[in-house]
Design a binder for this molecule. Structure first.
Ligand SMILES: NC(=O)c1ccc[n+]([C@@H]2O[C@H](COP(=O)([O-])OP(=O)(O)OC[C@H]3O[C@@H](n4cnc5c(N)ncnc54)[C@H](O)[C@@H]3O)[C@@H](O)[C@H]2O)c1
Length: 423
């Protein structure tokens, strides 16, 4: 066991790299020291460089310069989806241990390519399937493994994206267009697939999927609407108005100085009504949701059969009032229900009284992703120390990505049944 302070570099200093992981690591001074940053956005480099105490000489605008040599013990890769494989390969070659954001890639051949590079260079790679480190999700696995409800037969899972989160990330934001980032079933649901195969205790054998983009299209734009919310006659009445989502909701949650998703709009700190308003007047998050260059779905269903006979159903929908997953596990001797948004986990053994748990009470430390962000960073530290192997190693995490890739292939083929592993 080698417990020490590990030096860390971060490439991609956005919402995940700097705001989530960087901040946690900067607070855990006895475990991590953030020593180098790379981002193509100079304002972010300055903001997080100052916040984490990284010298100007160790801040890089250019990926090429950053990767000219190794700069720390470990590297966080939290750039956009299409950059991960290229950067991870180079980082492995330089000898880094890596915390890699999901999705790893949306291309099957790149999954293999990265596994080859990993085999060649070694190094530890932990993929950010944060929910695997969230106490409520871990608890579900413990209950399933205890067999208190008998054998698992079927899982019914709903990914409630939430109407404003869909508008923010998948209509106006980074993941709106599958060619610029990745298909929504991969981007949003590789976590769900990872959880489903973990709970099923088996690889997925076959799946099929249907889904569409129903609502966030030009033909659904109300008559006379403008292409920017602040210039639109429906600015106060439209459900998806940027004014309502960013200024209204931000006030409703107590006008925090720093909080997702509002801190995605601007690098200015603290958040104020003025800087949020400036961002929606001029930036991408003030665009009409019916007039964006989005093409990803707003609802999709995947039906799965696992090699051990367990069946599962995943329904992803934008059209929910709140976020979080609802998962129901049907077993031979009872039923387990989890509602992430409501912090409820219930075990109903047949003919026995219901046992209810408040899952919020299981969380220690930060609550982001149900405690998963903090849990992941703790696990990454243990992996760096050589104390254990993470449950979301690169080779294990590829499985969920293959499931998502096949689900998208099936959707595009009109719901055709797909074998997840071929050959
Ligand atoms: N684990 C999770 O639950 C979770 C949640 C949300 C997002 N993500 C994933 O995390 C990744 C980052 O998402 P985000 O929300 O932080 O996005 P973001 O836009 O806030 O951050 C990405 C950052 O990368 C920078 N960047 C882009 N190209 C670069 C390059 N070539 N070199 C260096 N920096 C570059 C951008 O300037 C930006 O600051 C994405 O792949 C996303 O899918 C994971």
């Amino acid at each position: 066991m080698d417990r020490k302070v590990f030096t860390v570099a971060i490439i991609g200093c956005g919402s995940r790299g700097a705001e989530a992981y960087g901040r946690i690591m900067a607070e855990e001074k006895e475990k991590f020291s953030v020593v180098s940053l790379c981002d193509t956005d100079g304002e972010k480099l300055k903001k997080y460089g100052e916040l984490f105490g990284v010298s100007e000489a160790d801040r890089f605008l250019s990926e090429k310069a950053f990767f000219s040599r190794r700069r720390a013990d470990a590297l966080v890769i939290a750039t956009m989806d299409n950059d991960h494989v290229r950067q991870c390969e180079r980082a492995l070659e330089l000898g880094y241990d890596i915390l890699l954001e999901k999705p790893i890639t949306g291309r099957e051949e790149e999954c293999r390519q990265l596994l080859e590079a990993h085999k060649k260079y070694g190094g530890k790679v932990v993929v950010c399937h944060v929910l695997r480190y969230a106490p409520a999700y871990v608890k579900v696995k413990e209950i399933l493994d205890s067999k208190t409800c008998g054998e698992l037969v079927m899982i019914d899972s709903v990914e409630q994206v939430c109407y404003w989160h869909q508008a923010h990330s998948f209509v106006r934001g980074n993941w709106r267009n599958s060619k610029l980032s990745s298909p929504m079933i991969l981007q949003k649901c590789c976590h769900d697939f990872d959880l489903l195969q973990y709970y099923a205790g088996s690889r997925c054998d076959t799946l099929s999927s249907i889904g569409d983009l129903k609502h966030f299209r030009r033909e659904c734009q109300p008559k006379g609407a403008a292409d920017r919310c602040t210039e639109c006659p429906y600015v106060h009445s439209c459900t998806y108005s940027a004014e309502n989502i960013y200024i209204g909701n931000w006030k409703d949650v107590g006008s925090p100085a720093n909080c997702w998703p509002y801190n995605v709009l601007t690098t200015e700190y603290p958040l104020t009504e003025e800087n949020i308003r400036r961002a929606i007047e001029t930036g991408p998050y003030g665009r009409c949701v019916y007039a964006c260059d989005n093409d990803v779905v707003d609802h999709q269903i995947v039906t799965m059969r696992f090699c051990n006979g367990v069946k599962a159903n995943l329904r992803m929908t934008a059209f929910t009032a709140g976020g979080g997953r609802i998962m129901k596990f049907y077993c031979t001797e009872g039923q387990i229900d989890m509602d992430e948004g409501q912090n409820v986990l219930s075990v109903r053994r047949f003919n026995k009284p219901e046992e209810k748990m408040d899952t919020a009470s299981l969380i220690e430390g930060g609550h982001n992703h149900g405690g998963g962000d903090n849990g992941l960073i703790e696990e990454f530290y243990r992996v760096l120390c050589g104390e254990e192997d993470a449950p979301t190693r690169l080779e294990d995490s590829i499985e969920s990505h293959l499931m998502a890739i096949r689900a998208e292939e099936s959707r595009l083929a009109g719901g055709e049944l797909m074998k997840v592993h071929r050959g």
